[in-house]
Write a new protein. Structure first.
Length: 190
């Protein structure tokens, strides 16, 4: 199967815990065809070097911290999939881009009220998550975000954690973006 006019609709990343780091991608295409030949018979394999949680560092509010248990980052590109035109023979003729929304959740040890106060007061913060192995790195930077207010829960006799959903945006950051993702590796092109 080959798909024409493909765009990424949603992109999600999960970090933390003792499980594998995962990414999910939802794509939307215009037209599907059954091909008799390979799309690219000379495709080159890309080396795979997975990152692990032990390769990660995280900055919250510009300060490196070690109290965050997990972090999810989700991108929704707001694509309009209702683009079936008259005469399009049941296929999308175009996929309109929409307004991008970036959201996520952090889960942290509730050691003090710093994160909770940011959520209660609507104080702008930032997140930067960096995965590094040898000379390779992958950095996710959300320069401007606001946490949604959510009280920490007490789940039995264990320690208290706080989960804070967040929304990232661009207002005035010098990087002029709601998110900056930087990959450093030895791959010249894709």
């Amino acid at each position: 199967q080959q798909f024409a006019g493909v765009r990424v609709s949603k992109l999600g990343f999960k970090f933390g815990g003792d499980s594998e780091l995962t990414a999910s991608v939802d794509v939307m295409g215009c037209k599907e065809t059954l091909a008799a030949t390979t799309f690219d018979a000379a495709a080159k394999a890309v080396n795979f070097l997975p990152f692990q949680n032990l390769n990660a560092t995280i900055k919250e509010g510009g300060v490196t911290v070690a109290n965050i248990l997990s972090c999810d980052i989700n991108f929704d590109f707001g694509l309009d999939g209702d683009s079936y035109a008259i005469g399009g023979k049941g296929f999308r003729t175009y996929i309109d881009p929409g307004i991008v929304s970036i959201s996520g959740t952090i889960k942290a040890f509730f050691q003090n009220k710093d994160l909770l106060n940011k959520a209660v007061n609507g104080t702008e913060s930032s997140l930067e998550l960096r995965l590094e192995q040898d000379d390779w790195s992958l950095t996710f930077k959300l320069p401007e975000l606001v946490y949604e207010r959510q009280s920490p829960g007490i789940d039995g006799p264990r320690g208290v954690n706080i989960e804070l959903p967040f929304k990232a945006y661009y207002r005035a950051d010098a990087g002029r973006s709601a998110s900056i993702i930087t990959l450093v590796n030895n791959q010249e092109q894709y």
